[in-house]
Design a protein around this ligand. Structure first.
Ligand code: KG4
Ligand code: ZN
Length: 334
């Protein structure tokens, strides 16, 4: 069985062909990020327009790369991100998926984008041991999720304000660095001193929720007061504070729930401090560690196809009347 995945929830237009053994035949990602850089963030209207021109060619390339006939491809189902995300962007992928579904006479299924991210580590490690606790951190989301099996998940904690990546992007903007800010702050942080700025320790309660908004404000305040702190030291101090909070909560989740593996997912999973910290946690608890490659950390359609395979099995196909859900919570997936 081959499934075509389609992802257009933010600024990446992506299509991929995956089979039931989670073998990835093709995975094509086109980003409109260059159009957004000058604005310091994704401009929804530009993202939506870019998807309209890109979706057809991207799907075509995904079929070509998988050696499938673009007119009569041997595709058995289509999985498409139907939320959460930018409404104008989601609608492009969803409409395309419905059109292909009708044209090829195959079922389609709407997939939650965050559930897609949870499947990314599995694509690179189909034999992983369960249960797994995943730290899912991206530009739009920050969650700790307990998975007892593929498609069976429970949200243990999430951000009460900004997402981790959003905080990186906002601090980077304040520091005059480009967009997206995460990679640049991460690069600078590796050369700086994490003790240069005294930043508050956030969210010290017993819950597994996060907060990054106060940290971002603290960086702004501290750098307003101290003008002579090197950029690399600001970056290192901020990165240490973000990682400390994320890893402290992840550790608490692993104390509270016995797991066989710990995984990172989402764009912020590229972060060097976080990758080291999660590996260390895995060693401490004696469990498997799943650190997806960069291509799997960031938005792609292979993870949507993988999640779609399970959703089709668990919930069956979606109706042609399915609408996009821009605020669809992972906890509401069933
Ligand atoms: O998952 P993603 O590609 O897009 C969504 O938000 O869905 O994540 C992008 C986010 C951006 O906020 C970016 O600044 C952040 O991931 N990011 C990083 C790193 N690389 C990307 N944050 C920290 N360290 C990094 N190395
Ligand atoms: Zn994402």
């Amino acid at each position: 069985m081959k499934i075509l995945g389609i992802e257009t929830s933010c600024d990446e237009t992506a299509a991929a062909v995956v089979d039931e053994h989670l073998h990835v035949f093709s995975s094509v990602v086109e980003s409109s990020i260059d159009q957004h850089r000058a604005f310091g963030g994704v401009v929804p209207e530009l993202a939506g327009r870019a998807h309209v021109t890109t979706i057809g060619p991207v799907v075509r390339r995904a079929l070509d790369d998988a050696d499938l006939d673009p007119h009569h491809p041997e595709i058995d189902a289509i999985a498409v991100t139907s939320g959460p995300g930018l409404i104008g962007s989601l609608l492009v992928g969803l409409s395309a998926a419905k059109a292909y579904s009708l044209a090829w006479g195959v079922p389609f299924v709407g997939v939650n984008h965050l559930e897609g991210h949870l499947f990314a580590p599995l694509l690179e490690r189909p034999d992983m041991a369960w249960p797994v606790v995943t730290l899912l951190v991206s530009g739009g989301h920050s969650l700790i999720v307990l998975q007892s099996a593929p498609g069976e998940h429970r949200v243990l904690g999430e951000t009460i304000d900004d997402a981790a990546g959003e905080a990186y992007d906002k601090v980077a903007r304040w520091l005059g660095l480009g967009y997206p800010g995460g990679p640049e702050i991460d690069r600078l942080a590796r050369e700086g001193s994490p003790d240069a700025l005294k930043l508050p320790v956030s969210m010290t309660g017993d819950d597994l929720d996060f907060s990054f908004s106060g940290l971002k404000t603290a960086v702004v305040r501290a750098t307003e007061k101290q003008h002579d702190v090197a950029l690399r030291d600001v970056a290192a101090s901020f990165q240490a504070a973000v990682a400390e909070q994320l890893l402290r909560k992840l550790r608490a989740a692993m104390v509270a729930h016995e797991v066989k593996g710990v995984a990172l997912a989402g764009g912020v999973a590229a972060n060097s401090t976080l990758r080291e910290g999660v590996s260390e946690l895995a060693r401490e608890f004696g469990v498997e560690v799943h650190l997806p490659t960069m291509a799997m950390c960031t938005d792609n359609a292979a993870m949507i196809a993988a999640a779609g395979l399970y959703r089709l099995g668990i919930s069956g196909p979606s109706s042609l009347a399915l609408s996009a859900l821009p605020n669809w919570q992972l906890a509401d997936v069933s």
